[in-house]
Design a protein around this ligand. Structure first.
Ligand code: UDP
Length: 497
């Protein structure tokens, strides 16, 4: 252990979509800067999370400690109408005494910085108590960050125009937010707790020593420029923004615990022609209603394209999926193995065409495979970045959180995805529309297919360049590391008197 190097604590809120980028940031800080990292994990299901941690490379294992905080009971404070954002905020709030005692117990060396995700900014008080630098890692993009920091300052009249009259919301210096792409807080104006929780997140940004985002300079130059506009900085008291992405999981070999189907999937992929397979997945918790699953199944089948589809039992409430209630063994099968909520005989009819995978698939391996040619996705930001770094064009099917903004960025601003504006709304998208989108994205010989591929590859190239030594994201992270090193130096000098 190098006691000269800073020790940094990372704090992740529940959900694989939050933990994965936090862990990857830890890896990057170790492999590029030899920092010592402790990751504090608040998880609803620690055993599932543990199974994702089994494959740490040796150089990382020595410098990385992952600490699972005991689960907290927030059941007295939540009801069926509590928004997921508020559930996460509550869990993190109730975990703070555990975070504090954990940091208090870290002695050699004492940590010099705390990096938390969006839901855990309440830990900044603890960082201050222990004289640590404090950063927030917004694991999404600059556009969503701009909305988050703007939200607490949004004049009521403007908010009403958006929420009540469904007019677009103008975010200073950034692309406007049309109502069809809006986030949950503006779709549920009666939920004042959600409103206040989101406002608090925005306000807390001002307390940070810096904001890290999982994006990069060249991807969102205009929005980043706006976030650095001196007038805006002064108005919102914003600290510096460090775009350090894309931070995504590297492709690890399949083996051991979490991917029971991993070997089967990869050996099937190995037999498929190059870029011929569409990967269909809605993230770690996204689900569709049963009517939509039926249409999706028919749309895939009618397209004739090869596919791998990660399926979960449908929910009645399409919006929130089953992040906390995933029915692990909830797949009742019809005679041929088709889950009961898919069209009868689907597995038999598509057995030469595709694979249906229950619940979870090794996504990074699938997207990195040469046989994969498209990604039908809910546009979670991690999934989006994983698609970009592998140069895979997308079909957007946003479900919740900021995913509709992501879908617009991918389809309209960047041009690397296709989207039907009706996907992810309360309306069921018919099979014919799905079939058309699938053909469009998988069309290797069509003008549109070629355009999508060359666009995403150009973005992939930019992403790689940003991460390389001397690239914008490499430099941004180095600046944060430098601040941590100065902090360590200052502490040493103080100790020497
Ligand atoms: N993921 C996976 N296999 C699955 C579903 C998801 O490996 O079957 C991973 C995916 O690679 C990504 C993360 O889980 O890293 C999901 O994060 P994202 O931000 O895309 O969506 P969320 O789950 O937070 O909605």
């Amino acid at each position: 252990m190098d006691s000269e190097k800073p020790h940094v604590v990372l704090l992740s809120s529940p959900g694989m979509g939050h933990l994965i980028p936090i862990l990857e940031l830890g890896h990057r800080l170790i492999t590029l800067h030899s920092l010592r990292i402790t990751v504090l994990v608040v998880a609803t299901d620690p055993s599932t999370v543990r199974s994702h941690l089994h494959n740490q490379p040796a150089d990382v294992r020595d410098l990385l400690e992952v600490v699972f905080l005991p689960p907290v009971d927030i059941s007295p404070y939540v009801g069926p109408s509590t928004a997921i954002l508020s559930v996460l905020v509550l869990m993190m709030r109730h975990s703070m005494p555990l975070v504090r005692s954990s940091i208090d117990g870290m002695r050699s060396p004492r940590p010099s910085a705390l990096i938390v995700d969006l839901f855990a900014t309440g830990a900044f008080d603890i960082a201050e108590e222990f004289g640590m630098l404090k950063y927030v890692f917004d694991t999404s993009n600059a556009w969503f960050l701009a909305l988050t920091v703007y939200h607490p300052h949004l004049p009521e009249s403007e908010e009403n125009r958006h929420v009540v009259d469904h007019e677009q919301l103008d975010i200073p210096g950034c692309p406007s937010l049309v109502y069809d792409d809006t986030v949950d807080v503006y779709m549920n104006p009666e939920n004042r707790i959600l409103h206040e929780d989101y406002a608090e997140m925005g306000r807390d940004m001002a307390k940070a020593d810096g904001i890290l985002i999982n994006s990069w300079e060249e991807l969102e130059p205009a929005t980043l420029k706006a976030l650095r506009d001196p007038k805006l900085l002064a108005k919102f008291s914003l600290p510096s923004v460090y775009p350090i992405g894309p931070i995504v999981r590297s492709v690890e070999p399949i083996g051991g615990s979490s991917f029971d189907c991993g070997e089967i999937i990869l050996s099937w992929l190995n037999k498929q022609p190059q870029e011929s397979v569409l990967y269909v997945s809605f993230g770690s918790g996204g689900t569709l209603c049963i009517e939509q699953m039926t249409e999706l199944a028919w749309g895939l089948e009618m397209s004739g394209q090869r596919f791998i589809w990660v399926v979960r039992p449908p929910t009645v409430d399409q919006k929130w999926g089953s992040l906390f209630k995933l029915k692990k063994n909830g797949l009742t099968r019809l005679d041929d193995g088709t889950p009961e909520y898919l069209p009868e005989g689907f597995i038999t009819r598509t057995k030469e065409q595709g694979l249906v995978v229950p619940l979870w698939a090794p996504q990074t391996q699938i997207l990195a495979h040469k046989a994969t040619g498209g990604f039908f996705s809910h546009c979670g930001w991690n999934s989006t970045l994983e698609s970009i770094v592998n140069g895979v064009p997308m079909i957007c099917w946003p479900l919740y959180a900021e995913q509709k903004m992501n879908a617009t960025m991918l389809s309209e601003h960047l041009g690397m995805a296709v989207r039907s504006k009706k996907a992810g709304t309360d309306r069921v998208l018919p099979r014919k529309v799905i079939e058309t989108m699938v053909r469009e994205v998988m069309g290797r010989d069509t003008a549109e297919g070629k355009r999508l591929r060359s666009t995403v590859r150009e973005i992939q190239r930019m992403a790689n360049a940003a991460l390389e030594e001397g690239g914008s994201s490499y430099d941004a992270l180095s600046k944060v590391v430098k601040q941590c090193e100065i902090k360590v130096q200052e502490a040493k000098e103080r100790a020497r008197g």
